[in-house]
Design a binder for this molecule. Sequence first.
Ligand SMILES: Cc1ncc(COP(=O)(O)O)c(C=O)c1O
Length: 351
Amino acid sequence: MEGGPCPRPSPGPGRRTSGRPRHGRAEVGPVNATTGERWVFHQGEFARARDVTLGPGTQGLHYGTGVFEGIRSYAAADGDEALLFKAKEHYERLHASCRLLRLDLPYSPDELVEVSRELVRRNGLTGDAYLRPLVYKLALEPGTPFGVRLSGVSTSVTILAMPMGDYSRAEGIRCAVSSWRRVPDASLPARAKITGAYANNALAVDEATAAGYDDAIMLNQGGSVAEASTANVFVVRSGEVATPGPDSDILLGLTRAAVMRIIADETGVSVTERAVPRSELHTADEVFLTGTGCQIVPVTEIDGRPVGDGTPGPLTTRVREVYRRAVRGADPRYRHWTTSVGLGSRADARV
Ligand SMILES: Cc1ncc(COP(=O)(O)O)c(C=O)c1O
């Protein structure tokens, strides 16, 4: 499909017929249900979202010189508590992204986890929620001339928190292989979550949704599978489970790592990290996506062709179930992936 538009989807069971958001995304409520206020962490303090302003000279806005993360908070399976999933790992990745853009992040990953716990508490997010830490170039320092640059520019840190339910569709989604190639590591490293780089993802999503699909799968410059717009790709065929490796121009997803662990534990089979040719998408028994937002979602159709028999495959379903229990602290094997927020009667428990 290189250079061409996404094919029109064939009518199928998974076909979208309404203006339903991509992956069936849930509505994001902006306020604390109890107080009507929404708290953010901004420039070193907790502030009400409506009091936060950014100037028109904000450098990250001009040049896409910011980095971000997405972290989920889950209502614990045994109630009365929220759990952050892989929070420290997300903040370690944020630090790595910052180093790439010379962003001066003055908080350690542990401190950022503490800020996140407090933010969830302040917003009264007892149900499933999402945190969006954002670090970005703010203002030119005195003596720094106007223009695109990484040095001589101050850094700002803002963290948002919002309710966000489970929007991944158990019945699967329909994807198109995008005509937009994933930015190569030699141009704009996909391994960092750089705000400006997401224009690449946005183009791919826009093309796919305009053609009636749910999401895009992007190839890299070499023509093999890179990743979906905000998720990693796994293919299952004849007992082998493969996923594009670190040299495939991907973000090394934290969900991807969790799923690789789960598959090894559940099946005794290690996931192979290797180049995945496009044709494997069409010959696979199962394809699924992994990401903080979508979690684990079966792909049941690609470019108008069913994946396998066109329904979620057994491995996808099994991994999805284990993951769903793990993120809520219900699987002792993976309890170390979660951090208690400290809500309600368990405020002092399990930090
Ligand atoms: C481009 C891209 N790939 C993959 C992922 C999945 O990464 P993770 O599992 O860490 O959320 C994301 C989401 O953060 C993403 O934006």
